[in-house]
Design a protein around this ligand. Structure first.
Ligand code: EPU
Length: 428
């Protein structure tokens, strides 16, 4: 088991290139199940979630050949193998095997998904959608059993705007008979990316990026070649890191429009941002002004950047208030930031960050992916050395983090943990 060490106080400068979008990748790979011939996906991020899903595709009989970050997937020998345990429990996005396998084979058995612990993460809207399409869905011993004689298009209103439910219902509906209409659909860029892949495969889908998506079912889907969109959350994390600890940082391979809510808040804080066609150049302000943020569904401020943004607010003048309306309990980074001297109060659903504070290095633990990003940013700003454990969470979503930060001038490295440290961690 490894830990990450950061010697804080170095100024970040230079260029960083963003990888493919994790939350697209984790849907695009299962979507390949629906095709009857080879699907090639280019630009996948070099993260553990992607390889876990690749292994799951092989477990059900597919072949996945890697050429750098391009996956060649042959789905022709895939079968509806039950996946009640094992890898499927490692990540939340394994729930896309439900929609894709139901859509292709009319049946699936998938263990209840794992992933980051952000408080309750129900999948009732996914199941409501599958049932509306004609599937029988039961929960037996921690696995979801889905079965349908035939899937028939339906009108489905989502009670909660959900990225996962919108994508999963599309996966199940593209090969159903007749028309499916998803109302109150999510509008995230990752949904449009999945629709681009499905459309290239031969699906008939209209309205992606709006809150009503219309799908005309087709009998067959073919293979295709697809290039993934850049990861707006990875990009946003580097933008925040640059505002927190940078002097002049260029973030390449971004779609700036995907980050408008974040950029607007940073401008309010006084950060100077140059927006190019595919890059952002960040020149931070001294001092930073505090702001309040409220996370919302896209195009609002993303919940996935709320934790990294908390670290930045510790450096800003005065008090900033954060409210996460998507995952109110996504707060496990706060105690860790307090260990580093941050002054943060949680009152009701509000996180109140008082600044400016000079953070100090400490031993901290990443409880989930974006909490990990928050601690890395805090470590870059802190005096002394910050030691971060729980790297398996960070590795699920940030490719080549050490290399990218080192290229920007950070002093950051990984070390094997001693037996005593591992024992201490397990007992804490
Ligand atoms: N919800 C329900 N019922 C459902 C589904 C969702 O009540 O059936 C609720 C959730 O509890 C939450 C809200 O609806 O309060 C939104 O959840 P959503 O379904 O949109 O989340 P998700 O699809 O499970 C994806 C990302 C998350 C990201 C959220 C919100 C993937 C694999 N995960 O999760 O990403 O936080 O959308 O944008 O796409 C991350 O990257 O760190 C991460 C957690």
């Amino acid at each position: 088991m490894q830990k990450m060490l950061i010697e804080g106080g170095r100024t970040l400068k230079g260029k960083v290139r963003i990888g493919g979008a994790k939350n697209s990748a984790v849907a695009l790979l299962p979507a390949a199940i629906l095709a009857d011939s080879d699907v090639v996906i280019e630009g996948l991020p070099d993260i553990s979630d992607v390889y876990t899903l690749g292994e799951l595709l092989e477990e059900i009989g597919g072949t996945v050949d890697w050429d750098g970050q391009t996956a060649h997937i042959d789905p022709s020998n895939m079968v509806s193998m039950p996946l009640p345990n094992g890898q499927v429990k490692k990540l939340r996005a394994s729930y896309y095997f439900m929609g894709a396998m139901l859509g292709k084979f009319k049946k699936a058995v998938i263990g209840l998904p794992g992933g980051c612990h952000l408080g309750p993460r129900p999948i009732d809207q996914h199941i409501k959608g599958f049932e509306a399409l004609g599937a029988q869905v039961t929960n037996e011993h921690g696995a979801i059993y889905l079965r349908a004689d035939e899937l028939t298009g339906a009108r489905i209103y989502l009670d909660v705007v959900s990225v996962g439910a919108t994508i999963n219902i599309m996966l199940a509906a593209v090969r159903a008979k007749g028309q499916t209409i998803i109302e109150n659909a999510a509008k995230e860029p990752e949904i449009i990316d999945v629709v681009t892949l499905l459309t290239n495969m031969g699906a008939k889908i209209k309205g992606a990026g709006t809150d009503v998506i219309r799908i005309e079912g087709v009998d067959q889907l073919n293979g295709c070649r697809h290039t993934i969109i850049p990861d707006r959350i990875e990009a946003g994390t580097y933008v925040i890191a640059a505002a927190a600890a940078g002097e002049d940082v260029t973030i390449d391979n971004v779609i700036p429009e995907h980050l408008e809510s974040l950029l607007a808040k940073l401008r309010e804080m006084g950060v100077s941002i140059e927006v190019g066609d595919e890059h952002l150049r960040i020149k931070p302000a001294q001092p930073l002004k505090s702001v309040d943020i409220k996370t919302l569904v896209y195009p609002g401020f993303p919940t996935d950047l709320q934790q990294p943004f908390t670290s930045l607010l510790t450096k800003a003048d005065d008090t900033g208030v954060i409210i996460d309306t998507i995952y109110a309990a996504r707060l496990k980074h706060i105690d860790e930031l307090r260990r580093m001297n941050a002054i943060i109060k949680v009152e009701g659903g509000s996180v109140i960050v008082s600044g400016p504070v000079q953070l100090e290095g400490a031993r901290v633990s990443a409880s989930d992916l974006r909490a990990g990003a928050a601690l890395v940013i805090a470590g870059l700003m802190a005096g002394g050395i910050t030691e971060i454990t729980g790297l398996e969470h960070i590795d699920r979503g940030y490719e080549n983090l050490i290399e990218k930060l080192t290229n920007l001038g950070a002093n950051v490295w990984r070390e094997e943990m001693t037996h005593e440290e591992i024992e201490q961690l397990q007992n804490s």
